[in-house]
Structures are given as C-alpha cells and as structure tokens.
Design a binder for this molecule. Structure first.
Ligand code: ADP
Ligand code: TYD
Length: 205
C-alpha cells in the first residue's frame, strides 16, 4: 500500500497551494504521486462538486450536504484513491473526511454523529498523515474571496463561520494526534512547504 496524505483547513488557508508544492517536491524525489482534491477527484465526484460549491448557501440542508459530500467521497475513493494506494503511490488530497467532520459536523449544527456513522459505514478509510493549515480567518477570507472563482457558496457564510471552522479543525487535531499535524499558514509559501516536506519525510521513513 502507498501513503495517503491530506490537507485540511479553512477556505483560503493555502491548502491547495501546499498540496501542489508537496506533490511537486515528492515527484522531484522520484516518488509516484497522485494529487487530488475534494469535493471531486474523480469524474463522478467532480459532477457532484458543482452541486455543492455553486448556488445559494441555503440550497441544501445539513443532512443532504453530508450525503452529497459522502457520495462524492465514495466515488473518489473507489475510482482514484484506493487504486493509487494499491499501486503503491502516494496520494495527496486537498481535503477529505475531516472537512465533513468540521464543516457539516461541527459548524452547522450538531450533525457530527451522522457524519461519523456514515463515514464508518461508507468510507472507513483515514489518511496516514493530515496537515491542518492554521491561520487567521480574516486573512484567509481575504485570500479566498480575492480569487472570485464562482465557487464561493461556503466562503459567503462569512467571518463568524470561518472562526467556528478554525476552532473545529484545531479540536480535530487533538482528536487525531497520531495523524494530524498543525502547520502555521502564515509566512511565505516556500517556508511552509519546507515544514510540510520535513514532516512527510519523517513520517515516510
Ligand atoms: P485554499 O486551498 O486553502 O483555499 P489556496 O492555496 O487556494 O488556499 O490559497 C488561497 C490564495 O492565497 C491563493 O490566491 C494563493 O495564491 C494565496 N496563498 C497561498 N499560500 C500563501 C501564502 N503562504 N502567503 C500568501 N498567499 C498565499
Ligand atoms: P474547496 O474547493 O477546497 O474550497 P477552498 O479552496 O475555498 O478551501 O472546497 C469547497 C468548499 O466545500 C469549501 O468551502 C469547503 C466545503 N466542504 C465541506 O463543507 N465539506 C466537505 O466534506 C468538503 C470536502 C468540503
């Protein structure tokens, strides 16, 4: 089996940037790497992604959202993640199940029990290593909205929501100390990438 590495954190914290820099660095070392993301990461899951990230933020109930994210994750797992891990590759994913635990499970009402039960029944896989990129929500929100991607259904929920998410991710790091590493997202992206690579190198040995 290969290794499964995920990046988590609030919107705009630099996850996608760090996931890409890590994949590039591992590839440069000669490793077989698959860079992927959630929601999405397989053709079917990318179709579900559009239902989730576009449109009005009140479009789905918390329960429906959990089902859609989990459906997308199951397809991503079947079509992309598990085949790559079985082939001995390193899978680097920009978000995974921890995002559902925090976004749907903690920040939007007490749905965590449903999230956990569905995860156990349908997904049942945890990453080997998870980086939680931590940073000030005001700063991250500026970065995120500056992109104007049209995929801002969650980002439009504002600063109070992002603060809840940040606390949720930090609490999660305490719940999963064996795999979770909190990384300060402030500072030059190259310096952050160096810290990430050191942690991965230590973990892969
Ligand atoms: P996320 O995937 O967490 O939403 P991104 O990696 O897309 O975050 O980064 C959000 C924005 O911030 C992008 O415009 C990106 O270029 C920029 N960015 C990423 N990392 C840094 C950093 N360390 N310092 C300043 N800007 C950054
Ligand atoms: P993403 O594309 O990673 O957004 P960003 O680059 O802004 O961080 O994810 C899209 C949105 O979906 C993001 O606001 C987080 C949210 N999300 C959930 O609410 N639950 C989930 O399980 C996942 C994977 C993402």
């Amino acid at each position: 089996m290969g290794k499964f590495i995920t990046f988590e954190g609030i919107d705009g914290s630099g996850k996608s940037t760090q996931a890409r820099l890590l994949a590039d660095a591992l590839y440069a070392q000669g490793q077989d790497v698959v860079l992927t993301r959630e929601p999405g990461g397989s053709p079917g899951a990318e179709e579900i992604r559009r239902l989730l990230v576009e449109g009005d933020h009140a479009r789905w109930s918390g329960e429906t959202e959990i089902l859609l994210f989990t459906a997308a994750r199951r397809d991503h797992l079947e079509k992309t993640i598990l085949p790559a891990l079985k082939a001995g590759k390193i899978v680097v994913s920009d978000r995974f199940a921890d995002s559902t635990r925090v976004y749907q499970g903690a920040a939007r009402g007490d749905l965590r029990t449903i999230v956990d039960r569905l995860h156990d029944a349908i997904i049942g896989v945890e990453p080997d290593l998870t980086f939680i990129i931590d940073m000030d929500p005001a700063e991250a929100l500026n970065r995120g909205l500056a992109r104007q991607s049209g995929e801002d259904r969650f980002e439009e929920l504002g600063l109070g929501f992002q603060k809840k998410l940040r606390a949720g991710f930090l609490a999660l790091a305490q719940d999963f100390p064996d795999r979770a590493v909190v990384i300060d997202g402030n500072g030059p992206k190259e310096a952050i990438a160096q810290k990430v690579l050191e942690a991965v190198t230590g973990h892969l040995q």
